[in-house]
Design a binder for this molecule. Structure first.
Ligand SMILES: [Zn+2]
Length: 91
């Protein structure tokens, strides 16, 4: 479902390019191919970061929201570690 939505968006994007390459990325202009390559790399980067949050729900259409969740999760863990270290020093 979500992968299909993403593919539809990619198709829509490719068709809006001046190269008019249509849905087949193999026919796309070098600009479209470069953008597709960059998107794939960014998706991988986001995917990699989500591994920091074990209960992360993957929502490929909202990468920024996913990263905000990851940052909030890691910040909370950091604060918890800092709190535990202070507690340990008190003992
Ligand atoms: Zn193009």
């Amino acid at each position: 479902m979500k992968t299909k939505e993403m593919r539809d968006r990619a198709t829509e994007f490719a068709m809006s390019c001046d190269c008019d390459s249509g849905p087949r990325m193999t026919d796309a202009c070098s600009r479209c191919r470069e953008i597709a390559r960059m998107l794939a790399e960014l998706r991988q980067a986001v995917g990699l970061a989500t591994t920091l949050k074990p209960d992360m729900e993957i929502d490929v259409l909202h990468p920024l929201e996913m990263m905000q969740q990851v940052v909030a999760y890691v910040a909370a863990k950091d604060a918890e570690i800092a709190r535990l270290m202070v507690e340990r020093e008190k003992k």
